[in-house]
Design a protein around this ligand. Structure first.
Ligand SMILES: Cc1cc2nc3c(=O)[nH]c(=O)nc-3n(C[C@H](O)[C@H](O)[C@H](O)COP(=O)(O)O)c2cc1C
Length: 394
């Protein structure tokens, strides 16, 4: 196939973003554009993938009450998060190596988030370095940290995040080992990405993606260059297990991080009231209720079903965020009604990125914003901030 033909196909794909009206549309578009092994890496979860379904069904079980003939003019979907107003009550969750979906990766995501007024939480495992990402955005950025084996690596990442102007640090605690992602094992998904005989034909059928791979940056954990150089043949899971995650970590380590990081500190991956209290006792300002989008284990409940108990345990000692299964703006309103400061989501923006680069992520964020605004009108509320448990059916 000639290069001009490939460019034409990519251009046709780009025009398609106007046909995306829902997160599910973006998911379908991403599925069409990505090789199966990349699609499965994003879409899939651990083991039987029941937790992905549980996140959705727990949100589906929440119903909102409508009040009609109230004045719903001048609606406002903004929210105060750690003392500063955010135009959108949605945080783009950390999701590694966005360059897998699009060569502009996190740069496109950061620009889209800036345009739409949403906070982007950059993953430790980002495809571009945290400094490169901070360079293209004036909007609020958070940095997500894994507790790597080497304390030196952990502290150097924290110091770099501070220097680059990141506002908050998010420590992910739900990866004591990497979950078993069965689809990745079946597909032979690895880093660096390898086109193997079993995925070659399917990859060749996605010329737009292939061109991005050939012309874009190397797909790697850029923040860890020089630290995480590994064995080509290893799966991502094995590689991370072996080199990067420290199974000896305890809550005392969070105390050390608290001492080093002066800004807001959040803990991501909390699923029980007991752990939420431990996190806050260790100095966290925020708790992200999350099961890693079902990517770590299958045997956990949906986030919305455990959320209120955690909000109650935390009280006013920290802000609590809901992460997982958010596919529509109404899910974000439901999260607020359950007591969340805001909601977070990973696959929604990742699919948007695959569907249309920066424009695709902007599209997703504008769909979610419009959904939140419409939901406010439909339940008879003017301000997202005022949503609370009285908006729930009990
Ligand atoms: C492709 C992908 C990569 C991810 N990488 C990370 C990561 O590097 N760090 C992290 O804390 N969470 C990571 N997550 C989990 C997200 O932060 C978030 O918890 C999850 O996507 C929420 O579920 P949702 O996709 O249904 O919104 C990743 C998720 C996806 C889909």
């Amino acid at each position: 196939m000639k290069l001009s033909q490939i460019s034409k196909m990519v251009a046709t794909d780009r025009r398609g973003i106007e046909t995306v009206h829902t997160v599910e549309d973006a998911r379908a578009s991403a599925k069409r554009k990505l090789p199966k092994m990349i699609w499965d890496f994003i879409d899939g979860g651990a083991d039987g993938e029941l937790a992905i379904e549980a996140n959705r069904s727990s949100l589906n079980e929440v119903s909102l009450r409508s009040k009609f003939l109230t004045d719903i003019s001048n609606r406002d979907i903004s929210m105060e998060i750690f003392g500063r107003r955010s135009r959108m009550p949605f945080i783009l969750s950390p999701a590694g190596i966005a360059t897998l979906a699009h060569p502009e990766g996190e740069l496109a995501v950061a620009k889209a988030a800036e345009k739409m007024g949403a906070i982007f939480c950059v993953s430790t495992a980002s495809g571009y370095t945290m400094e490169e990402i901070a360079e293209v955005s004036q909007e609020r950025l958070w940095f997500q940290l894994y507790l790597w084996k080497s304390e030196e690596v952990v502290f150097s990442l924290i110091d770099r995040a501070k220097r680059a102007g990141y506002e908050a640090l998010v420590v992910t605690v739900d990866v004591p080992v990497v979950g078993k992602r069965e689809r990745d094992l079946t597909n032979g998904m690895s880093l660096p990405v390898r086109i193997r005989p079993k995925n070659a034909l399917n990859t060749l059928r996605k010329p737009g993606w292939l061109m991005g791979l050939l012309t874009g940056p190397e797909i790697t954990f850029s923040n860890l260059t020089g630290i995480a150089q590994g064995d080509d043949a290893s799966s991502i899971g094995e590689y991370t297990d072996r080199e990067l995650i420290d199974p000896t970590r305890t809550w005392d380590d969070l105390g050390l991080i608290r001492k080093r990081w002066a800004g807001p500190l959040l803990v991501k991956g909390i699923m029980t009231p007991e752990d939420s209290i431990r996190a806050v006792d260790a100095g966290a300002d925020g708790v992200i209720v999350s099961n890693h989008g079902g990517r770590q284990m299958s045997f956990v409940p949906g986030v919305a079903s455990v959320f209120e108990a955690i909000v109650e345990a935390v009280g006013d000692r920290a802000q609590v965020f809901l992460d997982g299964g958010v596919r529509r703006g109404e899910d974000i309103v439901k999260a607020r009604a359950l007591g969340a400061t805001a909601a977070c989501g990973g696959r929604a923006w990742y699919w948007g990125l695959a569907a249309g680069g920066q424009k695709g992520v902007e599209r997703i964020l504008s769909i979610l914003s419009a959904d939140i605004d419409r939901s406010l009108a439909l339940i008879g509320e003017r301000q997202f901030e005022n949503i609370c448990s009285t908006n729930l059916y009990r």
